[in-house]
Write a protein that binds this ligand. Structure first.
Ligand code: C2E
Ligand code: CA
Ligand code: CA
Ligand code: CA
Length: 271
């Protein structure tokens, strides 16, 4: 905490000091939390428009700590990327998802689980492939039951773009499907997307939020849906909160919707 000219303490530096402190506690506690399997995974349904059914659940990581309270993935993941625990967290979430997919097989045979990934998990060649094949073998989960979400921004920044795309292609050959997440927030171009072995795109919730209030957004979303479909992709919209948004997206020809209007993320036992 720095004192300013007039002897007043800057509230900004008090804030950032608190943030730094919280960050370092999160950093320190993460390994133990993982070891004790104190991280939870919740699952949000995705409704397929054509069948009117849920075939996919998205896995979302959660961490509740007595001292720190809820630690959101937006807080947790960047720290894990920095301290290297992202690989272990990724493996943990995939393992939980694979176990759930297998458990659900008798009752809901056509369910698959979609798991968020960080580009860091792909940065060592074949690391993701090895991790996945080990987990799928141990859990006896067929590869078709797991889908991987990669974010547009991340896919782009990668200097090792070629290596990552090759790794994705190898994974796709084993039956793993890829979803381009946060579609519209990065810089994906036609050329770029043609090169990616993806079968689905997910339009980011930021566009859905103003879909029915701003004509410009409406056009933009319509364009994104057409673009995705013209590339033969399955188009998902996330962050759907109202009936009006839902109906508009349906009319525009979106393939699937996800959001509080359809269902909130829930515990495994509530599925
Ligand atoms: P995302 O992949 O874009 O996930 C969607 C986020 O929107 C989730 O937040 C979800 O809970 C929230 N959401 C769902 N429906 C609605 C809605 O109708 N309205 C609004 N306003 N929000 C909705 P969450 O769970 O906090 O996750 C935040 C981000 O953290 C995710 O964004 C994803 O990028 C990342 N993340 C979550 N779990 C994991 C994980 O296991 N591994 C990695 N690498 N990243 C993860
Ligand atoms: Ca996602
Ligand atoms: Ca998103
Ligand atoms: Ca995201």
């Amino acid at each position: 905490i720095r004192e300013q000219g007039g002897g007043r303490i800057s509230s900004l530096s008090v804030e950032s000091h608190k943030d730094l402190n919280r960050r370092s506690i999160i950093d320190k506690k993460m390994l133990t939390a993982l070891d004790h399997r104190n991280l939870q995974v919740v699952y949000q349904p995705q409704l397929d428009i054509a069948t009117g059914k849920v075939h996919v659940y998205e896995a979302l990581v959660r961490w509740e700590d007595e001292e720190l309270g809820q630690i959101s993935p937006d807080e947790l993941i960047p720290i894990a990327e920095e301290n290297g625990l992202i690989h272990a967290i990724g493996a943990y979430v995939i393992e939980e998802a694979a176990n759930l997919a297998v458990k659900l097989t008798t009752e809901k045979p056509d369910i698959s689980i979609s798991v968020n990934t960080s580009v860091r998990e792909f940065s060592n060649s074949s690391q993701m492939r090895e991790k996945l094949s080990t987990i799928l073998e141990q859990t006896m989960c067929p590869p078709e039951k797991i889908q991987l979400e990669i974010t547009e921004k991340f896919a782009f920044q990668a200097e090792q773009e070629k290596a990552i795309v090759n790794e994705m292609k190898a994974l796709q050959e084993t039956g793993i499907q890829f979803i381009l997440d946060d579609f519209g927030t990065g810089y994906a171009s036609f050329r770029y997307m043609q090169n990616l072995p993806i079968s689905k795109v997910k339009i980011d919730k930021i566009f859905i939020q103003s879909l029915t209030t701003m004509p410009k957004t409406r056009q933009l979303v319509e364009g994104m849906i057409l673009f995705g479909k013209s590339m033969g992709l399955y188009v998902i919209a996330e962050g759907v909160e109202t009936e009006e948004q839902f109906e508009t997206l349906k009319e525009m020809g979106v393939d699937a919707v996800q959001g509080y209007y359809i269902g909130v993320p829930m515990k495994e036992t509530d599925i």
